[in-house]
Write a protein that binds this ligand. Structure first.
Ligand code: E4P
Length: 215
């Protein structure tokens, strides 16, 4: 499973990229709003930092609007993937984008049927939202497992991005459920590295080493 970072904060993206584990970036309108910067400006910086796909979401309600809105985004870089909401108009747009060879990431996916139709419309990626399902007492990981099973049974090559990842356990579970990618906030990426026994081990090695130096 690959790791994407889910943020529009370029400082976080830079720090994550230095670790050498990040294969792509996802953004969403809330994350861009939080950055307080212009969307195109942020995207230009992101594609310079990360060598991989960068999802940029369109906001129009209709397919025509989505296609138009995508033009300046696609002009930024070949790395841009157009993130499209899971609606009937969104599917129409995904179909048109795929005919033009433009990769899409269908977002706000909450059921296996939504993932299936998005894939059939030509989506390069589907993004089931784990955390938001868990929030309403549904099993987000089970959804990833169902989508992975259906895609493999029917030879569908659309990639599953486990999204709305809230903690490290989601990452482990998404990987074993068959997600191709997990996109996560920088904080979760940092948590993947941390283990109390690693910290204790480092402390003990240091102590023993210093004691030995003093002898
Ligand atoms: C993914 O592409 C979305 O940007 C993101 O994972 C949403 O996460 P949230 O549910 O924590 O807002």
């Amino acid at each position: 499973m690959k790791i994407f970072i889910d943020t529009a904060d370029v400082n976080e993206i830079r720090k994550a990229n230095e670790l050498g584990v990040v294969s792509g970036v996802t953004t969403n309108p809330s994350l861009v709003a939080k950055s307080g910067r212009s969307f195109t400006e942020v995207l230009k910086e992101i594609v310079d930092i990360v060598d991989g796909p960068v999802s940029a979401e369109v906001m129009s309600d209709d397919a025509e609007g989505m296609l138009k809105e995508a033009e300046p985004l696609l002009a930024i870089s070949e790395q841009i993937t157009i993130k499209v909401p899971m609606t009937l108009e969104g599917l129409k747009a995904v179909h048109r984008f795929s005919q033009q060879g433009v990769p899409t990431n269908v977002t706000l996916v909450f059921s296996a049927n939504q993932a299936l139709v998005a894939a059939r419309a030509g989506a390069a990626y589907v993004s089931p939202f784990l955390g938001r399902l868990d929030d309403i007492n549904h099993d987000g990981i089970q959804l990833i497992e169902d989508i992975a099973h259906i895609f493999s049974l029917h030879d569908i090559d659309t990639q599953i991005i486990a999204a709305s990842v809230r903690h490290p356990l989601h990452v482990t579970q998404a990987a074993s459920a068959g997600a191709h990618i997990a996109t996560m906030p920088f904080k979760v990426l940092e948590q993947l590295v941390k283990h109390p026994l690693t910290d204790q081990g480092i402390e003990r090695f240091k102590r023993d080493w210093e004691e030995a130096q003093g002898r």
